[in-house]
Design a protein around this ligand. Structure first.
Ligand SMILES: [Zn+2]
Length: 141
């Protein structure tokens, strides 16, 4: 098997509705997405010959994913009152609504499935919300 790893970062705010601690408050992170790919076959020809995946393309896919969330407020659908959402939109703040609680675990799972849907042989996605704390998602083989 061959494996490779690439990463991309973005800055975004979030909060965890219903959390009993400080995470219930609006706060920001420099999120770091680390994607690990795995496969048994290298490309037989072309510019990617003897590569599992061309880093250039992988980095581009990761950057595009990170850009979707960069400098936005990530929030779970249904956790902000309509009046709050309207006020944020009136201020022209960038918002990213997700159908799940935006924990590092769920974001890792979400990014895993997005990269898989892009056709990548993704083995694991790790999401750091601080330099010390991360969560990972992978699927049992
Ligand atoms: Zn947080």
């Amino acid at each position: 098997m061959f494996g490779l790893q690439a990463e991309a970062c973005f800055d975004a705010a979030h909060f965890l509705a219903g959390h009993s601690g400080a995470c219930r408050n609006l706060h920001g992170h420099r999120w770091r997405i680390v994607a690990e790919l795995r496969g048994g076959e290298l490309a037989a020809g072309g510019s990617g010959r003897d590569m599992l995946v061309d880093f250039a393309g992988l980095k581009q896919q990761l950057r595009a994913l990170a850009a979707e969330f960069d400098h936005k407020l990530i929030y779970e659908a249904g956790t902000l009152r309509p009046a709050t959402l309207a006020a944020l939109r009136e201020e022209d703040f960038a918002l990213a609504e997700l159908p799940f609680r935006p924990t590092a675990e769920r974001l890792a799972q979400y990014f895993y499935h997005r990269l898989q849907a892009d056709g990548l042989m993704v083995a694991r996605v790790t999401v750091y919300e601080t330099p010390e704390n991360c969560a990972a998602y992978w699927e049992a083989e």
